[in-house]
Design a protein around this ligand. Structure first.
Ligand SMILES: [Zn+2]
Length: 408
C-alpha cells in the first residue's frame, strides 16, 4: 500500500462522519450516528463472545471515593496527577472535604462486587465483565484523536478463581483473543510481561504467577515474545500485539494474573473444607479500549469497513423518479431483514449517486430501473466495482447475511 496516500483515522472519521474531537472536551471523542453504529456492533460482538464463555455482565460507578485507589495501590503507582480528582465538601460538615476520583480503571470496584456477599468455591471461577467508561489524565501533548484519549471505554473483565483454575481460565481467554483477532485478519503475537522494578506483592507470588502464565503458553503451544519488567504493578501479564495493514505494531489485548488486589481488599471464599483462602484475580481486556481499537480499525481498513461494521450496508439508487415506489418496497424488505439500507432519492444523476456511495465506502449498491421493477429483481454492485447482475431480494439477503455472519 502506498503510505503517502494513507489517511489517518481523524481525517477518515471526519470524511465519513464517524467521530471528531472538539476543544470543548480535549481528549474525549464525540461519536456521530455512523461511528456509533461501529461502536455498537463491536459492543455486540464482545458481548456475544463473553456470554458464550460464561461471563456475567456488571457495571460499577464512574465516580468513587479516592480511598479505593489508595487501598488498591493505584494512587501510589500512578500518582494522583494522572487521575481526575474532585474535592467535594461533606454535606454535613464543610470543614471535612471528601476526595472523589473519576475511575481510571475498573479493577478495584470489581472487588466490591465480589465482596457483595460471602462467596463459595462452588461459584468459582466467577467471571464478571464490564464495559466501563474510564478517565485518565493524559498530557495534552500526548492526546491524539482516538488513539490516545482522556476518556475511554474498556471491554474489561475480572475473573475470580482458585489457583488450580488458572490454566483453564487463562487458556480460554487466549482462545477468545485468537478468535477475535482472526476475524479482523490481524496478525497477532503474544508477549509475556514479567515483574517490574516497582511492584506490589511478594516475590513468591510473583514467581508463582509468572510460572503459571509460562505454563499456559507452553501447554497451548503458543510462542510468546519477552517483555521483561513490563508487567502490571500487581502481577505479570500476557499482552497481544497485532500488526495492521500498514505493518504497524499495536498492543491491544491483555490478560493479567493478580495475587495482590485480593490481598489488598481481603477477598476470600469458603473452600470444600470450610477454610477461607483468597481467590486469584485475573484481569483481561480484548480490545483494550474501544476508542483506540476503532482508530486502528479505521486506519487498517482505510474506512472501507467489512460489511458487518459498515454504518450503511446498502445504498438503493433508483434510476429515475418513477422507480421510487419500487425502491421503497425493496428498502422496506431490507430493513425488515435488519440490513442497514438507505434510499438515495436526491435529484442527482445515477452516476453522481454511484460516485457518492463509493466515496462513502458503502459495501453494496442496488440499482433499480424499469427492467428490475418489471422482473421484481434488483441490480447489485459491490464497492469493489463488481457487477453481480440481477438478483432476487431473497437471493441478495442470503448473500449479505452470510457475509455479515462470517464478519468478512
Ligand atoms: Zn483490572
Amino acid at each position: 500500500m502506498d503510505q503517502k496516500k494513507l489517511k489517518d483515522h481523524k481525517q477518515i472519521g471526519q470524511e465519513l462522519e464517524l467521530f471528531f474531537t472538539d476543544d470543548i472536551a480535549p481528549g474525549a471523542p464525540f461519536w456521530l450516528p455512523k461511528g456509533m453504529v461501529i461502536f455498537k456492533e463491536l459492543e455486540k460482538y464482545i458481548r456475544e463472545l463473553t456470554e458464550k464463555a460464561g461471563y456475567l455482565e456488571t457495571s460499577t460507578p464512574i465516580m468513587v471515593k479516592s480511598e479505593i485507589f489508595k487501598q488498591s495501590g493505584h494512587w501510589e503507582k500512578f500518582g494522583e496527577h494522572n487521575m481526575y480528582n474532585l474535592q467535594l465538601s461533606d454535606e454535613t460538615d464543610d470543614s471535612k472535604p471528601v476526595s472523589y476520583t473519576l475511575k481510571p480503571m475498573n479493577c478495584p470496584e470489581s472487588t466490591i462486587l465480589y465482596r457483595f456477599r460471602p462467596r463459595s468455591y462452588r461459584e468459582l471461577p466467577l467471571r464478571l465483565s464490564e464495559i466501563g467508561r474510564l478517565h485518565r489524565r493524559e498530557k495534552s501533548g500526548e492526546v491524539n484523536g482516538l488513539l490516545r484519549v482522556r476518556q475511554l471505554t474498556m471491554d474489561d473483565a475480572h475473573i475470580y478463581a482458585t489457583e488450580d483454575q488458572i490454566p483453564d481460565e487463562v487458556g480460554s481467554i487466549l482462545d477468545m483473543m485468537i478468535e477475535f483477532y482472526k476475524s479482523f485478519n490481524f496478525e497477532y503475537e503474544f508477549r509475556l510481561a514479567t515483574r517490574p522494578d516497582i511492584r506490589a506483592g511478594t516475590d513468591e507470588n510473583w514467581g508463582k504467577a509468572e510460572k503459571a502464565l509460562e505454563n499456559v503458553l507452553k501447554e497451548k503451544g503458543l510462542k510468546a515474545g519477552d517483555k521483561k519488567g513490563d508487567g502490571a504493578f500487581y502481577g505479570p501479564k500476557i499482552d497481544v500485539h497485532i500488526k495492521d495493514a500498514q505493518g504497524r505494531d499495536w498492543q491491544l489485548a491483555t490478560v493479567q494474573l493478580d495475587f495482590h488486589q485480593p490481598e489488598a481488599f481481603k477477598l476470600e471464599y469458603t473452600d470444600e473444607k470450610g477454610n477461607k483462602p483468597r481467590p486469584v484475580m485475573i484481569h483481561r481486556a480484548i480490545f483494550g479500549s474501544f476508542e483506540r481499537f476503532i482508530a486502528i480499525l479505521t486506519e487498517h481498513f482505510q474506512g472501507v469497513f467489512p460489511t458487518w461494521l459498515s454504518p450503511i450496508q446498502v445504498q438503493i439508487i433508483p434510476i429515475a423518479d418513477r422507480h421510487q415506489k419500487y425502491s421503497q418496497i425493496v428498502l422496506e424488505q431490507l430493513k425488515d431483514a435488519n440490513i442497514r439500507a438507505e434510499l438515495d432519492n436526491r435529484q442527482e444523476t445515477m452516476q453522481a449517486k454511484i460516485r457518492d456511495a463509493q466515496t462513502q465506502k458503502i459495501p453494496y449498491m442496488i440499482i433499480v430501473g424499469d427492467r428490475e421493477e418489471k422482473e421484481k429483481k434488483i441490480a447489485v454492485r459491490t464497492k469493489m466495482g463488481q457487477d453481480l447482475g440481477a438478483l432476487g431480494v431473497e437471493e441478495f439477503l442470503t448473500r449479505i447475511n452470510s457475509e455479515i455472519e462470517s464478519k468478512v
